[in-house]
Ligand binder design. Structure first.
Ligand SMILES: NC(=O)c1ccc[n+]([C@@H]2O[C@H](COP(=O)([O-])OP(=O)(O)OC[C@H]3O[C@@H](n4cnc5c(N)ncnc54)[C@H](OP(=O)(O)O)[C@@H]3O)[C@@H](O)[C@H]2O)c1
Length: 335
């Protein structure tokens, strides 16, 4: 397949005064690293991590100019890896994409073959990005919670930050797996939509934020998926039922939390770390297969906002302020 000499990309540049600017530019192919698989990007998804990278967060991206975008789907245009050939439809999520490797907010990416997953049957390139890292993280939480003994018969699962990308996908994925889901959100206007995509009922995020010093609370859920951190995570542990699993996925409120050992030694609660970026390839393939099958959100069309490459910067501040809902997907190019 023919590869052009230049391509369009969202480029984040650092000014002399330490501020950052982002705009769509025509860049030469040498802007990309020389990796084994070059992919023409059809869709990319917007994540919290992208908003951090686009705002100059050195914990995510060390060197600028840079193109963020941890999620991309598209078609292979050049491959030095025997597993992939031009024309293959593929997904790349996480690893280092969009962090210190030029990411999916561009017409092309160049990545190591190990980062590439063949698009599973049952998903379109667009649907794969509606799911993206958010859906993959939610399904990884389910995978680890079930390995920790979680079962729908134990009772309801609470999902915090339910209006966000990981949260809304967790609502849909756990519902698809047979669980009754409590969606915790800061925005009452999200409730009808959260119920539509799978929540049994919704609670205000303040109800999942206990300010008392009590080491344990009356059990209110059988397990939890947390994207918030801080006092919310402390509360999830205190009020989790016996032998339940609490999956720590995110930190939108705080990376710090306090706990006593009581939830663990008196109630047998498991605190699980969810790290999607470096999930081993075999597990990754299994999870994507399930996301294209039994875990595919039936109302996936209701979980997306579609935008364009040029409009991606408009969403970045909203993501950092927690003002977006569901998954935002950029349509980068047609076949
Ligand atoms: N572990 C992993 O592998 C992994 C993978 C992907 C993402 N993450 C992390 O998961 C978190 C969520 O990512 P995302 O892409 O889903 O982000 P997102 O789409 O921006 O969603 C975050 C949601 O959290 C809620 N929220 C925002 N600020 C809050 C606050 N101060 N207190 C309580 N709730 C707040 C909001 O939901 P409501 O309006 O409904 O309350 C918001 O929509 C981030 O910390 C991200 O870094 C981790």
């Amino acid at each position: 397949m023919e590869i052009p000499k230049t391509y369009r990309a969202l480029v984040v540049r650092e000014n002399d005064d330490g501020t950052f600017v982002k705009s769509t530019e025509e860049v030469g192919f040498e802007f990309l690293p020389d990796n084994d698989v070059v992919i023409k990007v059809h869709y990319a998804a917007l994540n919290y991590k992208d908003a951090l990278s686009a705002s100059g967060h050195r914990g995510i991206t060390k060197k600028y100019p840079h193109t963020p975008g941890v999620d991309a789907s598209g078609v292979v245009v050049r491959s030095r890896d025997d597993r992939y050939a031009p024309g293959d439809a593929v997904i790349v999520t996480s690893y280092d994409l969009g962090m210190n490797t030029k990411g999916g907010f561009a017409e092309y990416i160049s990545v190591p073959g190990d980062w590439v997953i063949a698009l599973p049957a049952g998903l379109s390139l667009r649907e794969a990005m509606v799911i993206g890292t958010g859906g993959f993280t939610a399904a990884l939480a389910l995978h680890k919670m079930e390995a920790g003994g979680q079962h729908p018969d134990m009772g309801e699962i609470v999902v915090t930050g339910a209006g966000g990308g990981v949260g809304s996908m967790a609502v849909a994925v756990f519902k698809a797996a047979g669980y009754k889901v409590i969606a915790s959100s800061g925005k009452t206007e999200h409730y009808p939509w959260l119920k539509k995509i799978g929540a049994k009922h919704c609670v205000n995020r303040e109800e999942v934020r206990d300010e008392s010093e009590k080491p344990l609370l009356r059990p209110r859920w059988a397990g939890a998926v947390d994207t918030v951190g801080g006092k919310t995570l402390t509360t999830l542990l205190k009020a989790c039922g016996r032998n339940g699993n609490v999956a720590a996925c995110g930190l939108v409120a705080s990376p710090k939390f306090d706990t006593t050992v009581y939830p663990f030694i008196l109630n047998g609660v498991n605190l699980l770390g969810i790290e999607s970026a470096e999930t081993p390839r075999k597990v990754r393939q299994e999870i994507w297969k399930r996301l294209a099958g039994d875990l595919k959100p039936p109302l996936i069309e209701e979980m997306q906002h579609i935008t364009t490459l040029e409009k991606i910067p408009d969403y970045m501040d909203d993501i950092l302020e927690g003002e977006t809902s569901g998954r935002v997907v950029a349509h980068i190019a047609d076949a």
